[in-house]
Design a protein around this ligand. Structure first.
Ligand code: MV4
Length: 450
């Protein structure tokens, strides 16, 4: 039985996890860097351990310090949250070796899915649709160019250990292939210390649709429907919603079954997300699987009524899922806007500083996940996301109106934020109609500039 959890994270997700633990009667240990001594997660936890200087590599990313803090505090499990060590298979393995429960999948599953070529091949065996592409890693640009001819242009070149857009290039024609391959490969080597690349046919302006799954240690897998995460900028998501305005009940059932099959094929245990691309003919393709709790999990929680963080803890504690697919119903519509301390007028440059005054909205159908308070400091060392504003209503239209109203109430003084930018998106005709794809923000910015 898990009795004490160390939260290896900071900010709103650390607070989110501490709250789940408290409600479950589980004691909490917060770790913090010197820059976070006054942070909310430190104030809310039962115990706290300072793990080093401000820089993430010397604190939240330092595996030995976090393992030591776990042993010293007598915690039996670690929740890694997202980012930092959450998808690091070496860290999960270290936990396994130290007899600490890692709240996430087994280390070998993280390793398998972190290798995008291996993940792709796993999905091919499980008959989950993938985008036409390579079946093994390529290192050599001539070999890759020959493969690209077979796949057909345009092709996308991706790093096998990549994800989130790093080490990725699109080659529109054979003429530009060699240069694209070399650039992508150099970036891959610099970022992941690995030159392995793979190729896929490049899909033009698909939607990003991801399915939340839960898998227990007894072979039971359920999906919790989809999130549409097409509103993103430079691979940073800005708005997520569930359900997707592009997914019918029939398509959801096919994609959900594919997602559950993907999880089974990978030997997955705990909460995970299968990312798909959806083209305008409603064909869907596996892209990658995320092995962590995600920033956007609250929209799924709201349409399903399931507390995903509590489920993660129960699954890690060896419990069976207490429901099956037929018990899961999606109700209403949820939207999340990420609020970042950044200046959209200055290329979205981060805007750290002290929050001198603030007011956050509330009321029926409004949830704010945040670790900010009046007088708190936003350090420059970490991610610039400072809050998530989530709304729920019976229909998409009502949820959009609620988000417009809620964004209009937000006051955050002392740092710049993207709240007005989000307000603009929430009034954009294409967002209102739901007719969006991953090029939405780019289109919107181009029209405003030109
Ligand atoms: C693609 C693609 C089009 N075709 N793969 C972006 C991050 C990484 N996870 C994979 N990505 C993409 N892969 C094929 N075959 C377009 C993207 C992509 C993208 C995907 C989801 C959300 C935003 C995106 C922005 C640019 C490119």
């Amino acid at each position: 039985m898990i009795q004490k959890i160390l939260i290896a994270n900071r900010g709103e997700i650390a607070v989110r996890i501490i709250r789940a633990c408290r409600e479950m009667g589980i004691a909490t240990v917060a770790v913090y860097s010197e820059a976070d001594a006054k942070a909310l997660h430190v104030q809310l936890a039962d115990e706290t351990v300072c793990i080093g200087p401000a820089s993430a590599s010397e604190s939240y990313l330092d595996m030995e310090k976090i393992i030591s803090a776990t042993i010293v505090s007598g915690a039996d499990a670690i929740h890694p949250g997202f980012g930092f060590l959450s998808e690091n298979c070496k860290f999960a393995e270290l936990c396994e070796q130290c007899n600490i429960t890692f709240i996430g999948p087994p280390s070998h599953v993280i390793a398998k899915l972190g290798n995008k070529q291996e993940a792709r091949n796993t999905m091919v065996s499980a008959k989950v649709p993938v985008i036409p592409g390579s079946s093994e890693a390529v290192y050599d640009k001539e070999e890759a160019a020959a493969l690209a001819e077979k796949i057909g242009y345009p092709v996308i070149i991706k790093a096998v250990l990549g994800g989130g857009g790093k080490g990725m290039r699109v080659a529109k024609t054979p003429e530009e292939f060699a240069e694209c391959f070399q650039t992508a490969q150099k970036e891959a080597e610099a970022s992941f210390g690995d030159k392995a690349m793979y190729l896929e046919r490049f899909l033009i302006r698909p939607r990003h649709i991801e399915f939340q799954i839960l898998a227990d240690g007894f072979g039971n897998v359920v999906h919790l429907g989809e999130r549409d995460c097409s509103v993103q900028r430079n691979h940073q998501k800005m708005i997520e919603e569930s359900p997707s305005p592009a997914v019918s009940e029939e398509l959801r059932s096919r994609m959900g079954e594919a997602a559950a099959e993907a999880a089974r094929a990978a030997g997955y245990v705990n909460a995970g997300t299968i990312e798909f691309l959806l083209d305008d003919e409603k064909n869907f393709y596996f892209m990658e699987m995320n092995t962590r709790i995600q920033v956007e999990h609250p929209v799924t929680e709201w349409v399903t009524g399931i507390d995903i963080v509590k489920e993660q803890i129960r699954i890690a504690d060896g419990k069976k899922l207490s429901y099956s697919q037929k018990d899961i119903r999606l109700m209403g519509h949820a939207i999340e806007c990420r609020i970042n301390a950044e200046n959209p007028g200055k290329g979205f440059r981060p805007s750290p500083g002290t929050i001198t005054d603030m007011y956050l909205p509330g009321g029926k159908g409004i949830r704010v996940d945040t670790a900010i308070y009046s007088g708190c400091e936003i350090p420059p060392y970490y991610d610039s996301m400072i809050a998530k504003l989530i709304v729920w209503a019976r229909s998409r239209k009502e949820a959009v109106c609620k988000m417009q109203s809620a964004l209009g109430e937000v006051v955050i003084e002392g740092v710049d934020t993207n709240v007005d930018y989000q307000y603009g998106i929430l009034h954009h005709p294409d967002f209102l109609s739901g007719n969006i794809n991953i090029g939405f923000i780019e289109d919107m910015e181009r029209k405003q500039a030109g």
